[in-house]
Design a protein around this ligand. Sequence first.
Ligand SMILES: Cc1ncc(COP(=O)(O)O)c(C=O)c1O
Length: 464
Amino acid sequence: MALHSSEYEEIERLAISPLYARPRAVQGMPATAIPEDGMDPLVAYNLIHDELMLDGNSRQNLATFVTTYMDHEAKLLFAETSDKNMIDKDEYPQTAEIEARCVRMIARLWNAPEGQSAPGTSTTGSSEAVMLGGLALKWRWRQRRQAAGLPTDRPNLVMGINVQVVWEKFCRYWDVEPRYAPIEEGRLQLNAEEALKLVDENTIGVVAILGSTFDGSFEPVQEIAEALDALAASGGPDIPIHVDAASGGFIAPFLDPDLTWDFRVPRVRSINASGHKYGLVFPGVGWVVWRSPEDLPEDLVFHVNYLGGDMPTFALNFSRPGAQVIAQYYTFIRLGREGYRQIQQVCRDTAMYLASVIADMGPYELLSDGSELPVFLFRLKPEVTHYTVYDVSAKMRERGWQVPAYSLPDNLTDVSGLRVVVRNGLSRDMAELFLADLARATQFLESLSTTLPHDPSHTESFRH
Ligand SMILES: Cc1ncc(COP(=O)(O)O)c(C=O)c1O
């Protein structure tokens, strides 16, 4: 039905009315049911954009490992390709090709043996990558046990108690007993001795973390591998290692090329990393690569049609955007190894600088110093009793900084610290501003004559 001229006038009147004076802008936001009528896209955009201001500024979020800065050109590609479905290999063959190039580049970065193709895939992040890595370990263990006529009902996985929560999830979802090695004062990660105490014939693998979420430290992959080599050589079980290099997988190859943690260690059968952490891409993309085709059991792999041919896939999700994979490829070719090296070195230098200044402030002591991941953990000295790390964290929030305070896992739950994650984009200038704010916050808390009221929510351990 044609519109009447009065309706045209009404539409025109609304179109030129001031944005925040339009009818929808002076009402509350729909929160429970899809509204009957739509609204002007500009009004909808601005209302949502404004609500999101309450999230704070992601660049001041020193809690997250996830990339918060990308080049303008990367953002352009990201926006242009967010309609591509990663799973539609046949419909988007060039996106599939770019994913395959990234897998090859990452396998080479992690020193996969030459001459055999290292299978791998992009994922939504390290969490999915970890699930896939863990599943391959479980399948391989079961195959070995079945071939030997041995029971397969009690698989276990050995790791430090400091693992990221995704490993706990993996064990619960896939019915694997988690065996956590304890941490202690002065050692916040797994070592060979503790790993050896927990392994047995039912161990599907040992997880070593390159870049512990809690303090940024690298676990000694080579040392753990040598201990497992000796165990196997003495007739014990032959146990593979999966390296959770969620953050370190894009740090160590550029800054510590001589550190042997990757496929140069024969016992390392698979590695995951988050492209959206130090891979320098917005969320969410992760990667998992196996040393050789035999490390990825064929019955975990599904086959999809690709250019009329066959494309093997291994994923928990089906549809997901291709944009992140394309942005990863952009970042690889835009930066090159040298660009990555420079960025990660600046991050490490900034982290170590921040850590050293904080250590000199007086009330703080370092639990790590940013010399592995550009991440450090610090706590209050025992003599500081009238305020806590949670108070420091809350005070820093007043200036927009997000610095999480949390207690360490079992054995050290009485130790609470503050963690700073330095990422690409935290310039020296921003670092100085952060330090000035921390000094002011600390001065204020030091000047208090009474203890601040206790907030019970502050006793939870960190699940980041
Ligand atoms: C060591 C480690 N593994 C796995 C994960 C999960 O990674 P993602 O957020 O990419 O799923 C994290 C996240 O911080 C991590 O630090």
